[in-house]
Structures are given as structure tokens and as C-alpha cells.
Write a protein of this length. Sequence first.
Length: 221
Amino acid sequence: MSDIEIIPAIIAKDYKEFEEKVKKVEPYVKWVHFDISDGIFTKNITFRNPKEAEKLKTKVKIEVHLMVSSPERMINDWLNTGIERILVHYESTRALRNILEKIRKTNIEAGVVLNLKTPVNILDRLLIWKDKESRPMVNAVQFMGIAKIGFYGAEFQESVLEKIKYIREKYPEVSIAIDGGVNLKNAKEIARAGVKRLVMGSAIFETKDIKKAIEGFKQII
């Protein structure tokens, strides 16, 4: 059985839609990916209320993807909501190290996200950061596989595959995710490049049969 995770990406306009989407995929996956957009860092605006999100009762683990400008302004609000992983864009802040330190102090996994055009060698500096207990400050790396983020349905850009291979070869212990444009035609190639987490939205939520869609991905990887 493959150790690659299929992680549904949830874009929701309000709590009701967020809860409904989680419940639709809950029987078939271990993780869900919650996209939060502020209309500044991306052109989309989504549900992003941590107090409401905390009410959700689910057996799946939740990772939060902060697609927001200056995430340091809201990071404290998400630290005690029961989520397992927080993903922060390198391009969104000048306080990345401080944000990662706050996340790791709570024993939540911390991930760094790179947009498509950001050079991969940025990570050579970030992946050697350690906290006061000499633990890695970055547990996970996520590459955006699309140019326009914050929306479902964008086309996958193959140029990201070389970035994935670079990190997999140089930092084999780092968990790598790809987000955006993943479908049944390219999932196998992406997995071979070294990804351990396939984050996908439209390939799951814009299908007639969610269970069948998820099982289809599990079969090919």
C-alpha cells in the first residue's frame, strides 16, 4: 500500500460549506487541507474564522493553508484550534522565522509553501533552521503547482517537478506536498518525483462521485 496521502483541499465561503465538505470526504481520507484566503495575498476571499472552525467535530486531521498577507497577524488565533499542521507562504511575510517558532512551540507541524515562481534554493536556508530544542523548524514543504492560487481548476505546471526532485534528493527526511492542478493523468508522475502528499480540490469536489474519485487516486499511486 502506498504511503502517499490524498488530501482534499477545501475552499469554503462560510462555516456551513466548510463542514459539509469535510463530512463528504471524512470516510475516505486521514487529512483535509483548509485553504484560507484574505483577498489580498490571493484574489479570493474564503471562510477564515478560527473560533467557528474549532467547533467542527471530525475524525480527520486538519492542516490549515494560510494564503494571506502578513500571517503573523492571525497565527495566534489558529494555534489552539486542534489543527495538526499550519502551512505558511514564504512570500507572504517578513516574519517567517517568528511564525514558525510560534507554531513549533505548540507542537503543531509547521510547513513552508512556495509559489510557482519562487526559486527552490530559498529552502536551503529555511530547512536548516532549528528551534531552541534543536528540532527542525520546518516539518513540511508544499509546492504550488499552479500560477493562480486560491481557486479550484487551474492547470498544473510541470516546471515544479524539478523543484520537487531537488528537495527530495537533498532533504529526504522532509515531507513534500504538491497543491494545485493534480489530476488522474499527472498524479503518478508527480508521486514519482518525490511527493508524499497530494493536495487536490476540483479533482475531488467537482466530481459526481467523491468516493470513486478518491479511490481512483489511491489505485494509481
